[in-house]
Ligand binder design. Structure first.
Ligand code: TXA
Ligand code: MG
Length: 295
């Protein structure tokens, strides 16, 4: 159900609403409403060990719940698809999953920025059932949560990939989750290539422990298969689920979750991944998402 900005702000006092961002849609709840936060975990079937990203409208809005504001040029990327890990204070464990840190970002969507000015800080995990492909259109949210679920409709998401999560250690930024800002792009800003931290047994980014982005179908890298998740500028002998032209990573990114959802909608059980594309820029994030979806 599509609702207005004012209706969203009212509901968010003690309930949850799907909100648009430039990356993917989020399921928003106020950091001050334990009731809404509990509902969020239950509805998404999200493990309580997986902390949430707090979204704010301005840097100053962070002051009540971080030890100190980020002191880095990277904040020039805000509003934008960057999440920073900061030292937390005075936050519910329902937000932090009992970590001493909190993930924060200023999203770049005009409706959501306006909403955040009215509501104050909101958590917003991706608006999908945990483990399934993220939602990049209101239709995806209705598919996962039903037609009566309240949605602030901001159109299709521009990036189509989640924010890049960075954390600082010994003066260097490292990538805890690859995302809409590529490692190569961040390197041009930082003057060094931020290391991509691969998840260990106890990953710094708890989300890395869990299944992600996966359709019900099995994804494979060798035949046999019933269809191929591939590119419109290539020819295949199998039916094509199109990601877009192989030469346009931004387009592929914006279509990725739609395409992963199409696999199940079309009823395919076994789908081949075409992973023949460069290992640079945004392609790197796209490959990581496809391999995660494969599991
Ligand atoms: O683009 C995005 O970031 C989207 C939109 C809606 O803003 N949100 C999103 O949230 O992707 P979610 O909940 O699907 O993913 C949040 C990730 C999880 O992997 C979680 O483990 C990690 O952020 N995270 C949260 N707090 C953390 C912390 N203190 N330290 C390390 N990782 C953290
Ligand atoms: Mg997610």
């Amino acid at each position: 159900m599509r609702i207005t900005l004012d209706q969203a702000a009212t509901l968010l006092k003690n309930d949850i609403v799907a909100i648009p961002t430039e990356t993917v849609y989020g399921l928003a709840a106020s950091i001050h409403s334990p009731q809404a936060l509990e509902k969020l975990y239950a509805l998404k079937k999200r493990p309580k060990e997986n902390p949430l990203i707090v979204h704010v409208a301005t840097l100053e809005d962070l002051i009540p719940f971080v030890e100190s504001l980020p002191n880095t040029e990277l904040t020039k990327l805000w509003p934008g698809p960057l999440t920073l890990i900061l030292k937390a204070k005075n936050l519910s464990p329902l937000v932090t999953a009992n970590l001493s840190t909190v993930a924060v970002r200023i999203p770049n969507h005009p409706l959501t920025l306006k909403l955040l000015q009215q509501t104050g800080p909101l958590v917003a995990p991706s608006a999908n059932i945990s483990g399934k492909p993220s939602a990049t259109t209101p239709d995806h949210i209705e598919f996962d949560f039903g037609h009566s679920f309240p949605i602030l409709d901001g159109g299709p998401c521009q990036n189509g990939l989640e924010s890049t999560i960075l954390s600082e250690k010994d003066g260097l930024y490292r990538i805890l989750r690859q995302g809409a800002l590529s490692q190569d792009y961040l390197a041009t800003l930082l003057g060094y290539k931020p290391e991509i931290i691969l998840p260990g047994a106890k990953p710094e980014c708890p989300g890395q422990l869990f299944k992600h982005y996966a359709p019900d179908a099995t994804l494979v890298t060798t035949l046999p298969a019933e269809a191929v998740l591939g590119f419109t500028d290539r020819t295949y002998t199998l039916p094509l689920i199109p990601l877009g032209p192989s030469t346009a990573p931004h387009l592929i990114a914006s279509r990725l979750y739609q395409a992963l959802r199409e696999i199940d909608l079309k009823g395919y059980r076994r789908v081949l991944l075409d992973l023949d594309f460069p290992d640079e820029g945004l392609y790197k994030t796209i490959r990581e998402r496809l391999l995660k979806a494969k599991g």
